[in-house]
Design a binder for this molecule. Sequence first.
Ligand SMILES: [Zn+2]
Length: 244
Amino acid sequence: MAPKLVPVNDKRPALHHSGKRDPSQIRWVVLHSTEGGPNAAGAVSWFQNEECQGSTHLVVGMDGAFRCLPDDVEPWAAPGANLEGLHIEFAGNAHWHPGEWSKFGKTFDEAAALVAEWCYHYDIPAEFLDASKLHDPASKGVTTHAEVTEAFKKGDHWDPGKGFPMDSFLASVAKCLADYPAKPEPTPEPEPVHSTEPAPAAEVVGEAPAVEEAVPATLAPAEVAAVAGETLAAEAATPVDAKA
Ligand SMILES: [Zn+2]
């Protein structure tokens, strides 16, 4: 069965980033919450604001999924995990309890499908990495802004919060991943050709379609700007004791 591709509603570039990166450096998916929502459009607009000192690759909310930066651009998302991370923001709040997150329903499924696309194309397992594993230079997996903060001590963000249903989310990602075709074994270096036969044309190996090539759809309704204003400011104002 072909994997379900989630159309990304819109491409609305985030203003701040650190420029291009080598996609071979990518090894983590980092989950965030916008501290707004439940719609994503407000946060997407906030990432376009000069005053916003953050950015991300994707934002998902009840109004759909939005692409803010291409995968090969390093965002300002979580210090310590910007260069090696793909970052996705849920239009939710780190203080939400599991019951509040469960109202996301279809949004979770869409986010899981998008994360599965990343996992497939960048060979990232749908496995949780806690802070201790982030120090392993070979680690690959799914983590959170909170774990990045714990690992690298470069901020105080703790999203998407302890109420985020990580286990069920990762199970959904794994389920989506199971729909993808098995990847071919890495091709060995070709033998040098000594014959006078013309060399065969180079084989095109696994040209990974970028997630941002998803079908463009109609512009989602803009969300109230006030929601956007709360986005990262609220994260920054998070009480320290909430990390415990
Ligand atoms: Zn975050």
